[in-house]
Design a binder for this molecule. Sequence first.
Ligand code: SAM
Length: 302
Amino acid sequence: MTRTDSDSWDLASSVGATATMVAAARALASAEPDAIIDDPYAAGLVREVGIDFFTRLVDGDFTAPDDATGQGIRLMTDVMAVRTRFFDDFFLDAGRAGVHQVVILASGLDARAYRLGWPAGTVVYEIDQPQVIAAKAAAMAKLGASPTAELRTVAVDLREDWPNALRDTGFDVGAPSAWSVEGLLMYLPPEAQDRLFDNITALSAPGSRIATEFHSGDFGATLAARTENIAKAWQGEGFDLDFSTLFYPGERNHVVEYLGERGWQVHSRNRLDVFAGYGRTWPIDHDAVPLQDSVAVTAIRI
Ligand code: SAM
């Protein structure tokens, strides 16, 4: 599948299906005996989308073989457990520090607005493409879920004028905010990544916070090369999307430096360290090695 400047999707197609894929991983990670996350909505949301492969996975109706299929599921589950916990902790810390305005960019099937214990008065903005926002709202309603903060959704493409759409929904540029950029950068062209951080910076009052993950070099190409086998194996199981073709290749500006030059105090930790911090070990199989160079980034606007 070739990406285009104005492509769009729902939760079962193209980039939208990756939101369902990572929600399936959160469901599996939440069910582990030594779970480090608890997402009680993930499995139900995956069932509502109805991609057969992921539904079978979360229902325990698929026994992963010990090949590329199974290794891909294992890696995805571990990565999502650690990633989810990292962003959960980021938002909980921000709340404790008195930041009560939250923006979840590319929210997909993220259930934080429904499952985290937000301080009273918190407003959570979720931004994603219109079909994704609508389908998730319908699925959450069907599951009987209620937000644990005031939830405002912003249905807009992040390559368009999303800052205006966010302000129109009531976002206060004068108050500090906490932003997550999770599972998004590789689906944006390198220059759109820069624009995204420029826009966030312009909307961030002093004391605002941001969390993201970043892989230096040509991450889109690295990820495509490393996920090709997994995508092919899953196609054999009926998930008819080669998700390794969805990433934008090209050298990117390094997020740590980019934010640092724009008035953010940046802190980063490498992936092995973040895994170890949550009691997890990064797998040593050769397909996973190039992916270990990712860093978990948090920053505070000075
Ligand atoms: N952040 C969520 C999570 O971690 O569960 C979803 C991650 S999913 C891998 C990628 C998400 O990015 C999808 O929900 C997709 O719709 C969203 N996305 C990618 N490009 C986008 C764009 N240009 N505009 C709006 N949303 C976008």
